[in-house]
Design a protein around this ligand. Structure first.
Ligand code: HPA
Length: 251
């Protein structure tokens, strides 16, 4: 993310299991308001190593906003106004690909969006012109490379590819829905990857996803999905995620 320290702060949007970031040297916490409303939580400003960072808890702190009710537009707008131009979205996901089991880390390279009814563009209302942004490659190549290098040097179990299927939630999927997603080419399933990625793109920000697999997707194991299983994988895998964030900011 940073070659020496990037001049702009890097935004980190923490998801399930990452409502606070322990390695962060905090310099301030700011409740903010945007034209799209309030973001999920106050912006936590500080630094990781030499890199200025703005941390935002996607589901609020404490965790209380479900994926379909996150104000993604306010979150991205608030980060943009705080000077952020590169965003790392940390996402808990379910694993579909056979190599992507609990506690595995994935830096996906593509998205399929199955969400519906979420405000997912800044370009609406009384516009002077219609805008269609390019979204061929939803994740920033350089930021992906930085995360991949960090995962490799930390010896983390990770994959440097993957199609993130974004579902509506808050319920988990049926086994048939996961089979359909697999036929579509999805390797991972999560509820928060969209519209976060596209809103970052609309603001011209670089965006990358750091996915932590917290369960086998529905029908991919011999048991139903439990919160206990998810919490266990978060406990096991979140130190890899934090290590990767610290290392990638250190440049
Ligand atoms: N499905 C959707 N979202 C998720 C899952 C899942 O299995 N696990 C974590 N987030």
């Amino acid at each position: 993310m940073s070659k020496a320290a990037e001049q702009y702060p890097v935004g980190i949007i923490g998801g399930t299991g990452l409502t606070t970031l322990s390695g962060l040297e905090i310099t301030g916490e700011r409740p903010v308001e945007t034209v799209w409303g309030a973001p999920s939580a106050p912006l936590v400003e500080g630094s990781l190593g030499d890199q200025p960072v703005v941390f935002l808890s996607r589901h609020g702190n404490p965790h209380r906003i479900p994926p379909h009710q996150v104000n993604y537009r306010a979150n991205l707008q608030a980060l943009y106004e705080a000077g952020v131009r590169t965003v790392v979205g940390v996402n808990a996901v379910g694993g579909i690909h056979p190599d992507m089991g609990p506690a595995h880390v994935v830096i996906p390279d593509q998205i399929i969006d199955y969400t519906w009814g979420r405000p997912s563009t800044f370009f609406e209302g009384d516009l002077e012109e219609v805008t269609h942004i390019d979204f061929t490659w939803p994740y920033d190549a350089d930021a992906r490379e930085t995360l991949v290098a960090a995962a490799a040097s930390l010896g983390v179990s990770f994959s440097d590819f993957g199609v993130y299927g974004a579902t509506q939630g808050p319920r988990l999927e049926t086994a048939a829905e996961i089979r359909r997603m697999e036929r579509d080419g999805c390797d991972l399933v999560g509820m928060t990857g969209m519209p976060e990625a596209v809103l970052a793109a609309e603001l011209g920000m670089r965006y990358v996803c750091l996915g932590l697999v917290v369960n086998w997707a529905a029908g991919k194991s011999d048991h139903i999905i439990t919160m206990a299983e998810i919490e266990e994988a978060i406990d096991k895998g979140m130190s890899s995620v934090k290590g990767m964030l610290e290392m990638s900011m250190a440049g």
